[in-house]
Design a protein. Sequence first.
Lengths: 210, 408
Amino acid sequence: MTAKKIIVVSAGLSTPSSTRQLADRLAADAVSVLAEHGTQVEVQTFELRELAHDITNHLLLGFAPPKLETALDAIASADGLIAVTPIFTTSYAGLFKSFVDVIDPQALTDLPVLLGATGGTPRHSLAIDYAMRPLFTYLHAIPVTTGVFAATGDWGGAEGDGVRSLPDRIYRGAKEFAELVERTDRSQLVNDPFQLDRPMGHLIGGLAGE
Amino acid sequence: MQFGIFTVSDITQDPTTGRTPTEAERIKATVAIAKHAEEVGLDVFALGEHHNPPFWSSSPTTTLAYIAGQTTTLQLSTATTLITTNDPVKIAEDYAMLQHVSDGRADLMLGRGNTGPVYPWFGKDIRQGLPLAVENYELLHRLWREDVVDWSGKFRTPLQGFTSTPRPLDGVPPFVWHGSIRTPEVAEQAAFYGDGFFANHIFWPASHTQRMIALYRQRFEHHGHGTAAQAIVGLGGQVFMRRNSQDAVRDFRPYFDNAPVYGHGPSLEEFTQQTPLTVGSPQEVIDKTLGFRDYVGDYQRQLFLIDHAGLPLQTVLEQLDLLGEVVAVLREEFEKGRPAEVPDAPTHAALVRAKYGTEAPRQATPNANRGDNLTVGSPYQDTATVDAPANPAGSAFGPAAIRQGATR
């Protein structure tokens, strides 16, 4: 059996960043859940910080420089995406949105997504549900119901906000995500933007189809 | 193989002087550029179409007709003519006119345009861009090939017994290229009709161009117009030259850095690496251009963009001088190893030969005293009169009423 392909995207701006740390933990739990089920996984992680100039150039020009193209191609043919961003000024980071803006609008269709976000205080935790989730449902991706928000305080006491600890929430999200990843065969499908979907007979109508 | 230049007709501030030319200056400069293109031995001048500032070329056939009157060998084309928002009837008329006044030196390249508001300005819906291109071209194609057209479609008012005048020169419609950057359906459209396909090629990586041309060639063969190698391919290119490579980079950099399309984005070095843009010596341009053949095969038309981003007229004329030298070498080099089956670029003379062989081509002469196309027979003396029953049942009257569908 071929390994499932999981892509991790982290929009943290500092190095090291708590955003990347959350992303890595989400990925690690997803991999271990899949491993328990005997499913092999390949994980590839992209730090948007390293692609920031390429993303801007893509916005200005309409095509991806080689390094960015590698990331976009990887996402287009992934079995799952773990997307994690810091919350800035009530929403996902601008760099994160710019990256999503250069993804082909069809490229995320049916893609299982695990959403994560970081912020200074838990007061921003709903940003996952009012900002990130609509973005991905608009693109016909499938974000799992649990999104994981890590406030600065979550990295301290194991009890976190006193209801569910960060590791609990990470595990819950990763488990939901892993179950979808297991069922999809996205990475086996050919996704070719230059493929001709409608030959001329269909385009013109009235002519015999081919 | 044909070589030439294409312009988008932008009026851009010269970043080195801060001066922006007037519309009048830039229009006259473009005519001077076209004339000089012929003088240095280029074959083609192609002009864009825009309907908003800072561009001036809203009426390409007017400009091209004037240039035709000022030149003798230059092939006049467009880059591109908007098949989505222009009325195909008017395109049929305008470009047949251009064919006549230029003695067959006219062809055109169809595109969907890149400025969203042009659609609503001309009463169209941008979401229908592709269906508009398909339907409009199907009508345009018929108007040039059938003297009397009955037609109805989704996007324009129906036609009953309409004749597009003048009939194409010598009964041979202008050659049509279809341009697109990454819409496979447009490559398919070009292949379906056996028309040419032009890849813009200048602001995008070569890999896009390679994929689109490969698809077009494959579909050209599929639709029975010849082998894949016989498909008619054109490419864009973008160059800036000085005798010394370093001078070219130094002189072009301020224009690059502030250019409307790619300015303030990637560096000149990144962009030349990722796209066909060549900034350097004539030899570097020769080498890079010859390399295009490696990924699209032997092709028919190479157009260069040399006059945008605020480059002053004098600089553009100097570029043309160098381009003339470059093209002389490219002609020889592209001939080497070119398979015999690869056709030359289509010209009016070649199309007439292909259609009529040694016979005299059609000279359309209208019948006298005709205010319409419906009353009797054909509107033209030489066209076989349709054998029309006096009053076909359930119809209006005349040939328009009894025509049996389209011929292609």
